[in-house]
Ligand binder design. Structure first.
Ligand code: SAM
Length: 244
């Protein structure tokens, strides 16, 4: 077992910490890997919206230059666990991550232009008006080449498009778990209204679909074939291998 997983397994298991304990370390590392595939560099200024217990933050803080990681988390108990029990204290002192507890998705509080916006498992709880705020903040608080990696549960036969106006799931205000779905068409239109481009990436192991949003219509992952191969391309490869 990895050191991060060992630390998270040592936490009080009678409380829900916002994300599953099983696979915590790998799920955080996968966020870092995808960010690297999208172009993350050590000097990138990153804002992690709803950073929770630093599942991705742990790896990002280690990778990034001092002062480059910014986390927003209104549930201060979760943030304290991340800072106090998951992250090493010497790393905290050396890397100087910055945090804010606002619940308004307000990335302007840091007074910085970001190269990377990350919101993993946030749009699976946020209402459409929250998503619009995050897209507006991306426009206002990011550099021209910036990208926004986020995840959703797309609506469809598995579940309807969410019409409600409030956050659904646990937070600083609620202990009731829950997830919602959004129409990818609606998200794409919300991006288009802002001259932003949305690219649908692969699905995570927990069923969430990654989205890559940027001002650049041609923005790609560094290794697109790893993630973007559809089932037909995979089948073709398998057939070719069999015929060899
Ligand atoms: C499913 S967790 C995901 C946490 C983190 N992104 C990760 O991958 O581990 C959702 C997080 O969003 C936080 N949250 C709730 N309301 C929020 C708000 N208004 N703004 C930002 N984060 C919020 C919750 O407290 C929780 O930590």
């Amino acid at each position: 077992m990895g050191r991060v997983q060992a630390r998270v397994e040592g936490l009080d298991r009678s409380t829900f910490h916002g994300v599953p304990i099983a696979g915590f370390e790998d799920a955080g590392r996968r966020q870092l890997i995808l960010l690297l595939m999208a172009g993350l560099e050590p000097g990138s200024k990153v804002v992690d919206i709803g950073c929770g217990m630093l599942r991705a933050g742990y790896w990002l803080i280690h990778f990034l230059d001092p002062g480059c990681y910014h986390g927003i988390e209104p549930h201060t108990g979760r943030l304290d666990l991340g800072r106090g029990s998951i992250l090493e204290q010497d790393t905290l002192a050396q890397k100087r991550p910055r945090f804010d507890a606002n619940a308004d998705f307000d990335t302007s509080v840091f007074g910085t232009r970001f190269d990377v916006f990350l919101a993993y498992s946030i749009w699976t709880h946020a209402a459409k008006r929250h998503i619009e705020i995050m897209l507006d903040r991306f426009l206002a608080d990011s550099t021209p080449q910036a990208f926004f990696l986020t995840s959703v549960l797309p609506s469809g036969w598995r579940g309807a498009d969410h019409a409600g106006d409030a956050w659904v799931g646990t937070s600083h205000e609620s202990a009731t778990p829950g997830c919602i779905r959004h129409s990818l068409r609606w998200i794409e239109a919300a991006c288009r209204r802002r001259d932003l481009h949305m690219r649908r990436l692969g699905r995570e192991r927990d069923g969430q679909t990654w989205l890559l949003i940027s001002r650049d219509p041609d923005r790609q992952l560094l290794f697109s074939s790893v993630w973007l191969d559809g089932p037909w391309a995979r089948l073709e490869r398998r057939v070719k291998r069999l015929n060899r």
